[in-house]
Write a protein that binds this ligand. Structure first.
Ligand code: ADP
Ligand code: MG
Length: 244
């Protein structure tokens, strides 16, 4: 099943929200969480009070997750459209996600090529992060995260595949719907909405192939910065398989 799922109505919502949330919110959250963690260890505190603190910590984690899905790369300064090297940008996101991948015993296999696309760097990175983070979260007991870059006609194709839990048809259809999550309080249901929004802004396209119990493949197409990449690609770039 390969299903086209970009829908205009899913993308109206995000808009300017991200820009209006301060980048600085994260620091006070981290500090508050630290103090609550300390309180949890206190011997003077009774069980009930500790339960309240536990709830407060979970709520802070939730706020943190929302910021992650929106604002990991957000800059206070205005962003501008530029030429982006997909290999460099993917590598940056892999570096950020490596600790999470290690925690889940996930191997990352990347075949990256330095094709160019046009976009705002922080948004493009956010988009890659949200898709790769979902892939990792779909493999709580380990697996393989595959990232491949290739050229398809005038488009740079980024394929992100996991060997995780997969999705049902219904789940695929609801993907990108605000607040649609199967992760309970740990999920925001905002990650894919942001992804669709960014892919649309970059005049790209997104396809999903998923099988329950087998895994998910996300195919993201972005217009190539140079159409000439297509002719040159086969000669200029050596295919490389890199394990991270
Ligand atoms: P969140 O990750 O906070 O739940 P997202 O918008 O990122 O929100 O994803 C929405 C839902 O789509 C997830 O809760 C999950 O059910 C499903 N999903 C997304 N990516 C994958 C994947 N790679 N494998 C399995 N399910 C996925
Ligand atoms: Mg997510």
């Amino acid at each position: 099943l390969r299903r086209r799922i970009i829908r205009a109505e899913k993308m109206e919502v995000v808009g300017h929200l991200a820009a209006s949330i301060s980048h600085e919110v994260r620091n006070p959250l981290t500090v508050s969480r630290g103090f609550m963690q300390l309180l949890l260890q206190s011997e003077r505190m009774n069980y009930k009070d500790k339960q309240y603190i536990q709830i407060a910590i979970e709520e802070i984690d939730r706020a943190e997750a929302i910021i992650t899905d929106y604002l990991t790369f957000a800059k206070p300064a205005p962003e501008h459209v530029e030429k982006l090297n997909v290999k460099t940008e993917i590598e940056r996101v892999i570096d950020i996600l490596r600790p999470l991948a290690n925690m889940n015993s996930i191997e990352i296999q990347a075949s990256l090529l330095p094709f160019a696309v046009k976009g705002e760097r922080p948004k493009f990175q956010q988009c890659l992060l949200n898709v790769m983070k979902n892939a990792i979260e779909a493999m709580p007991h380990g697996g393989i995260l595959r990232i491949n870059v290739s050229i398809d006609k005038d488009y740079v194709l980024i394929h992100i595949g996991d060997t995780g839990i997969g999705m049902t048809k219904e789940q695929i259809e609801r993907l990108g719907e605000p607040y649609f999550t199967t992760k309970g309080t740990k999920g925001t249901g905002l990650g894919m909405m942001v992804v669709y929004r960014i892919v649309e802004t970059m005049k790209g396209d997104l396809f999903i192939h998923s099988e329950v119990g087998h895994g998910t493949d996300v195919y993201m197409y972005f217009p190539s910065y140079y159409k000439s990449d297509i002719e040159k690609s086969s000669k200029r770039h050596q295919f490389e398989q890199v394990s991270y």
